[in-house]
Design a protein around this ligand. Sequence first.
Ligand SMILES: Cc1cc2nc3c(=O)[nH]c(=O)nc-3n(C[C@H](O)[C@H](O)[C@H](O)COP(=O)(O)OP(=O)(O)OC[C@H]3O[C@@H](n4cnc5c(N)ncnc54)[C@H](O)[C@@H]3O)c2cc1C
Length: 366
Amino acid sequence: MNGRAARHLILVGGGHAHLHTLRRLRELTGAGIAVTLVTPARHHYYSGMGPGMLGGLYTEEQVRIDVQRLAESGGGRCVIGEAAGLDPDCRLLRLTDGRELAYDALSLNAGSIVAGLVPALPGVYPVKPIANLARAVERLREAGCTAPPRLLVVGGGAAGVEIAGNGRRLLGDRGSVTIASAGPLLAPFPPLTRELVRASFDRRGIRMIEDAPVSGWTDGTAILADGRRIPFDVALISTGVKPPLLLESLGLPLAPDGSLSVNRFLQSTGSASVFGGGDCIAFEGAPLARVGVYAVRQGPLLHANLRAYLGGCPLAPFKPQKRFLQILNLGDGTGVLVRGKIVRHGTLPWLLKDLIDRRFVRSFQK
Ligand SMILES: Cc1cc2nc3c(=O)[nH]c(=O)nc-3n(C[C@H](O)[C@H](O)[C@H](O)COP(=O)(O)OP(=O)(O)OC[C@H]3O[C@@H](n4cnc5c(N)ncnc54)[C@H](O)[C@@H]3O)c2cc1C
């Protein structure tokens, strides 16, 4: 496309990787580029504050960003709908409702979905989309009207741990919280992280079942591979993430794990007019860790490269940092900070996370 004036940019998904572009949309629309945001819902929920929302630390309004308003106030158009497929040769995006949108450039920020089985049973929710956590709170409250509510978290990664800790905060002294993990809790983290989390959960009566995958479900009960049965009112499934199925319908090169293969300019290796960022891409053939940190960092570069591409200018490469800061919100007023091999636990890490997250989301809510 470099070399000729382009007219229409489509942003698929209003997630972490597109927020920067949405905030600075005027720079595109002011240059005569029509921009359409395609999003399944007008609000995007910020995942970093999702577990805190479950624990009652934040309201739903505090953790979500009105991406429709961002798009429209920047002079763009917002289409509520879901992308279903692409014809990259004709530059056509197809939506699940049959609508077709023509584009000159398209940027894909479709996020990820929970990997593994999510049975279609009452009270069972995947942790993505994050809005499910608000539905889980409602259901636990309803269950608590008749008996102490029982929360089961399946998956012992960072998200599962945060959800179990905040689930305990929501339930207080009532009810039960169980976290069941196919391997040890927080397997890829430094061992000290695991010890700190186990000590906190022990103190607060959160039952930890490690090295015990869930192998079956009946209504209201999860069955572990060793035969144990865990009854629940709400089960939140947090068993890692994978790229959305949409990617298989793009007609573009994918990495072995099904994510969109992009070059160092965040540009599809199969179509120069398609860009992508966040959890749904494989950067130079290999997926980066699926954390919001990368999606957010890619935001400004995506914005710059979309502008450059549509203006016929050279693209800039994305340079991922090797280490990044993670802070786990344990839901008891403390956090565990992890950066490489450095691990710190206490109130300060939690206050830092709270400050960073609130400031980030507020900057898109003004
Ligand atoms: C509970 C939980 C807590 C987390 N906490 C942290 C944290 O503290 N720090 C951190 O770095 N990472 C965290 N993560 C990981 C983080 O959520 C992801 O890495 C991040 O959301 C990726 O951003 P993204 O922009 O790729 O996708 P998202 O922010 O998920 O955005 C994707 C968007 O695409 C839209 N979409 C999906 N399908 C379609 C379609 N077909 N058509 C149109 N739009 C579509 C979705 O509606 C969504 O708005 C957490 C994850 C979970 C589950």
